[in-house]
Write a protein of this length. Structure first.
Lengths: 376, 141
């Protein structure tokens, strides 16, 4: 039984060595941020290599009582290897000027919002919009994003996912407790009102959906709105207009777009952006009218407005306690301030969408200059 | 995709931590029974952590409405609970007894019996399957 594992550990060791060699052979002209990131990933790979060697040398691998547990460990190591290959090594091998530009934008954003961790590296390789690998300190963005402003607020949503993966005690546990408390009350009230058993049972499935993935997406949206202000609300509206299908139906990993919009609004109200939230709502209503869609029955039971408001209140308080900086309006800053820039960009876009391209180009040129980058 | 990444992170961390604790326990069983008897000094802390995981699991599996989250060292991913509930649905009462008795054995000074190691391996299997499934969702779409 242990022969398979033993053999595949040699394969894993070989792959680990190869990835380390790949990192070592990267261009000597790599930017400082990428060099630092490379060194971190090389250290991680070296630690993984040590674990592989230890497992290969462990006589326990032949013990029938232990081999299944070694199998589990092997799978985690194998997954780690795939992660490094598909994330950091891919990003570093293709790291160019656009990636450096986005990396510096993200770093500046991290300073502005008091991000409590090292700023991630950014790679402009994504074919799946914005997404993050918090375990690898990496954010992927589409290749066109270094040249536009209106979607950049989605960076804040991705940065929020880093906190949600790392801050269990301060962020995740309180959110999960809130969700449990809410649905406990719903079940209790439903029973007291004599709802049919099947209707009461549906709360269990909803609770599971919320606690599995949805809480993270709502929380990431709300933290993004906390940090980026109305720019994130507008960016979210744009994304739903461009890529949305069923506004009132969620999928396994993501809640309904309409509910996410409501969550963003709740946070914008918490941070004093009521007027902007109202303006976004007007445009949102236009989107809904264009689609001709309506909320299905029980929509408010799947996405209770009260729960969204409670989440926003809790997150706002938690964020303040963690020292995270909310955007409350233009900030006086020496040098470029990305959050100011993004909110001003949306104001300019609304005022003059036909002239926005020239404005955007000018602002991006100034931003690049301020970040020590050549013009794009 | 980022929430899938978060999900994998949580499930992989849980699977690794539980597996490491069970492996340490089994090594102690293999080496010398005496090390399991007596005070926890010399016993790896994972023994108590495992006990808390089992008790948290029993708590979450046993009520129709979830009680408030108790601060356990390892938050249990929802899918692990779903898997174990589905697997032991037909004899859930007995399974809950197994979890509690195994937890008691871990928290006590006596040795851990073979059938209790089986209970722990069952949790490891569910945790591993959850992490693997989460990984596939993230990378193979």
């Amino acid at each position: 039984m242990a022969q398979l594992l033993h053999q595949l550990l040699y394969d894993l060791r070989q792959r680990c060595c190869h990835l380390l060699a790949e990192l070592g052979q990267l261009s000597p002209t790599l930017a400082a941020e990428a060099v630092q990131y490379r060194d971190q990933m090389a250290a991680r790979l070296a630690r993984t290599g040590t674990l592989i060697e230890a497992m290969l040398a462990d006589p326990g691998l032949q013990d029938p009582l232990l081999v299944r547990n070694y199998f589990h460990d092997y799978k985690r190591l194998s997954e780690q290897m795939h992660y490094v290959e598909a994330g950091p090594v891919l990003a570093l091998k293709h790291f160019g000027k656009d990636d450096l530009a986005m990396t510096r934008v993200v770093a500046r954003v991290c300073q502005e919002i008091n991000f409590p961790y090292r700023a991630p590296l950014c790679a402009t390789l994504s074919a799946h919009y914005y997404w993050a690998l918090p375990r690898m300190d990496l954010i992927f963005v589409p290749c066109g994003e270094p040249f536009h402003l209106l979607a950049l607020a989605d960076l804040y949503h991705e940065l929020a996912h880093f906190l949600l993966e790392r801050d269990l005690r301060q962020l995740v546990r309180p959110l999960l407790r809130l969700i449990d408390k809410f649905f406990n009350r719903m079940v209790k009230e439903a029973r007291q009102k004599g709802w049919p058993a099947e209707s009461v049972a549906r709360f269990d499935e909803r609770r599971r959906q919320w606690k599995r993935y949805w809480y993270a997406e709502f929380a990431a949206d709300m933290l993004a709105a906390y940090w980026a202000g109305p720019a994130f609300g507008w960016s979210n509206l744009r994304l739903c207009t461009n890529l949305g299908v069923e506004l009132f139906e969620g999928v396994d990993s993501h809640p309904a777009d309409a509910a996410r919009h409501a969550g963003v609004r709740s946070m914008l109200l918490q941070t004093g952006h009521g007027a902007a939230a109202a303006q976004i709502d007007v445009r949102w209503a236009e989107l809904v009218a264009l689609t001709g869609q309506q909320p299905p029955t029980e929509y408010d039971l799947v996405y209770p407005p009260e729960l969204l408001d409670q989440m926003a209140t809790l997150l706002c308080s938690s964020a303040r306690n963690m020292g995270l900086a909310a955007w409350c309006g233009p900030v006086a800053a020496a040098g470029p301030h990305v959050t100011n820039l993004l909110n001003a960009a949306w104001d300019q876009f609304h005022a003059s969408p036909d002239a926005f391209a020239a404005y955007e180009h000018t602002e991006l040129t100034g931003l690049r200059q301020g970040l020590g980058l050549p013009p794009g | 995709m980022s929430s899938l990444s978060n999900d994998y992170g949580a499930s992989a961390d849980f699977a690794s931590a539980v597996n490491a604790a069970v492996l340490a326990l089994k090594r102690a069983v293999s080496r010398a029974e005496e090390t399991l008897v007596g005070q926890p000094a010399g016993e790896p802390p994972p023994r108590e952590r495992l006990a808390l995981v089992l008790l948290d699991l029993a708590r979450q599996l046993s009520v129709e409405e979830a009680t408030e989250d108790v601060e356990t060292p390892l938050p249990i991913p929802e899918d692990v609970i779903t898997r174990l509930k589905a697997k032991h649905r037909a004899q859930l009462g007995w399974y809950l007894d197994d979890l509690r008795q195994t937890a008691a054995a871990l928290q006590g000074k006596g040795s851990v019996e073979a059938h209790q190691l089986h209970v722990l391996d069952d949790v490891c299997d569910a945790a591993d399957a959850t992490a693997s499934a989460s990984f596939r969702r993230l990378w193979r779409r």
